[in-house]
Design a protein around this ligand. Structure first.
Ligand code: ZN
Length: 386
């Protein structure tokens, strides 16, 4: 859950993923993706005092959800640097570039560049260790600051299975149950604040299965492009029902009451539960009574975060998701200290290797070389801010 206040210190006239109180003094606005905790302040009465920039997919969601913002919304094309001027000071400009965040449909990271600073705001993201290589723009630049999705910056969540594997298991467990007959239904339990858009999409793609969603949560899905063909509002026609957590309350749901003669299999895709998961462990557990819990994350594991920081080497790091209690915060800070120390050591070693290599070349050339002549473009992170 994002705790970011929406402000980027180096660019005081923009707000990102927060649209309330002090943010409304900004003159340019940015939305990384359409999850509740990144849209705080957006509502059907709000008139934003500036343009709201987002991806094309997010723009479709936003326009349907908040028709009042239609005139404010501007689409940023992926990976295309766009120059934006501060409307209040026309000689002040920034260059913004979006990169896919691989978190949910339409989710992006933002690279903001001013005359002398380069800032990466990751929003929520899930990058496997190889995903970052698809976006050389992240590797070829020096970032002064990275605002990082630190949801799983914890020793408890060193690793998660690839999302493709989790989706494969969900499809398999669905298929083997619903093929028994029309009275066999699967219920997928979803966390309260978010949707499971990629699960809905995958079930349709792989099994041609339509999902139904409780009416009060429909808007989380309905406004995403492509989603409407994967959904049915007739619970009798759907083999899969997406249901918010606390399924024990199912008897209170009028819709599910109609289906009480059905046989249910319950799938619980979740990340929080999977402390200390490693790739020699199963991706799901059978909890009995046709209840299955599946390891599924659309945020980076600690291992993926380490890799991301090793590859990007920011000068300064700021965390977008902070625990509410001081003990967990301290643990997060300790974990981060270890990562940064490790990056610095690695950097030093690489520097030594580089000098060793150059020295060998210089021996052949018979010319001395000074250590200070070596220029390492990307500096290791200097400090963190909480
Ligand atoms: Zn999110």
């Amino acid at each position: 859950m994002s705790t970011f206040n929406g402000l980027i210190d180096e660019i005081p006239f923009i707000s990102v993923d927060r649209f309330e109180k002090h943010n409304l003094h900004s003159s340019l606005f940015f939305l990384s993706h359409c999850h509740y905790d990144h849209m705080i302040g957006l509502n059907r009465d709000l008139i934003l005092p500036g343009k709201l920039y987002c991806s094309e997919i997010s723009s479709i969601f936003l326009k349907k959800q908040f028709p009042n913002l239609e005139q404010s919304i501007e689409i940023l094309d992926l990976e295309v640097p766009t120059v934006l001027f501060n409307p209040k000071e026309s000689d002040t400009k920034i260059v913004v570039t979006t990169i896919p965040a691989l978190h949910c449909p339409g989710s992006v990271m933002f690279i903001f560049e001013t005359q002398n600073k380069r800032i990466l705001y990751t929003g929520d993201f899930r990058y496997s260790e190889t995903a970052i290589n698809k976006y050389p723009i992240l590797l070829n630049k020096t970032f002064d600051v990275i605002h990082l999705d630190s949801t799983f910056l914890s020793d408890n969540y060193c690793d998660f299975p690839p999302q493709s594997e989790s989706l494969r298991i969900i499809c398999e467990l669905t298929k083997t149950w619903i093929e028994r007959g029309s009275e066999y239904k699967v219920i997928i339990e979803t966390p309260a604040q978010y949707g499971l858009e990629c699960v809905v999409r995958e079930l349709y793609k792989k099994l041609k299965v339509l999902c139904s969603v409780e009416e009060r949560h429909l808007e989380k899905y309905l406004y995403f492009p492509e989603m409407d063909r994967c959904l049915s509002n007739d619970i009798n026609l759907s083999s899969v029902i997406i249901k918010q957590k606390n399924f024990s309350n199912r008897n209170k749901s009028a819709n599910l009451e109609k289906l009480k003669k059905c046989n249910y299999r319950i799938l619980k895709p979740t990340a929080i539960y999977w402390r200390n998961w490693s790739n020699n462990k199963p991706i799901y557990v059978h909890e009995g009574n046709e209840v299955y819990r599946i390891a599924f994350s659309n945020h980076c594991s600690l291992k993926e975060l380490k890799n991301f920081l090793h590859m990007t080497k920011p000068k300064e790091l700021k965390l977008n998701v902070l625990p509410s209690d001081s003990l967990s915060r301290q643990r997060m800070e300790n974990t981060l200290d270890l990562i940064l120390k490790n990056i610095q050591e690695k950097e030093e070693n690489e520097k030594e290797d580089y000098i060793y290599c150059l020295n060998n070349i210089q021996k052949i050339k018979n010319t001395p070389i000074k250590k200070n002549d070596i220029h390492i473009q990307n500096l290791p992170p200097k400090r963190i801010k909480f």
